[in-house]
Design a protein. Structure first.
Length: 190
């Protein structure tokens, strides 16, 4: 019984922690992700995107993460208001920030990945297959993305108290809009 409960916390810690506590813990991980990401060359240039780059400045790393978090929180808050009457901003803020914790795995792995320049890929697209770190990063990136989306969904569900198709449609549309909004903001700034 206990083992099942521990595994459940990996995908839904929001039954135990939400609001300001979740926000504070999530921000610690967001800040660590930004610092390590700048050194590792991992850029989060979209609400759900991560890429290995040759260089990313500390400023850009934090700008990317800031835009990502704000986009997700604001858009999912608006989506939550549409589908629920019992929504508090602090709950969305906390759960969506805490849901980004698994991203720390990508920046830690990024420390061991040798980036491949765009010119090298254009000259020889098969070069990517000879970079085991990049392959592992890509596979772990997909697994981490699934984990983060599952956490966001559960956080959204707990925060809104919504159920059924209204919850699913609201979450999916909100997540897509947040991704598009973050991409537009990042590309407008850069």
């Amino acid at each position: 019984m206990r083992n099942k409960f521990k595994w459940n916390l990996l995908f839904n810690p929001f039954t135990r922690i939400a609001g300001w506590q979740a926000f504070a813990l999530g921000m610690v991980f967001v800040l660590l992700t930004g610092v390590i990401g700048a050194y590792a060359g991992v850029a989060f240039d979209g609400a759900l995107d991560s890429h290995i780059t040759e260089t990313v400045s500390m400023r850009d790393s934090f700008l990317f993460l800031g835009i990502d978090v704000v986009s997700i929180v604001v858009i999912l808050f608006i989506a939550g208001l549409i589908i629920s009457k019992q929504l508090r901003f602090v709950d969305i803020l906390g759960t969506m920030t805490l849901a980004r914790v698994p991203m720390i795995l990508l920046v830690l792995l990024g420390l061991f990945v040798t980036p491949v320049s765009v010119e090298e890929i254009m000259a020889n697209p098969m070069i990517v297959l000879y970079n085991p770190g990049l392959i592992i990063f890509s596979i772990l990136g997909v697994v981490t993305l699934i984990w983060v989306v599952a956490l966001m969904y559960n956080g959204f569900k707990v925060s809104t108290g919504a159920k059924g198709s209204k919850l699913i449609i609201g979450f999916i549309i909100g997540l897509i809009v947040a991704e598009v909004a973050s991409k537009i903001l990042i590309y407008q700034i850069f």
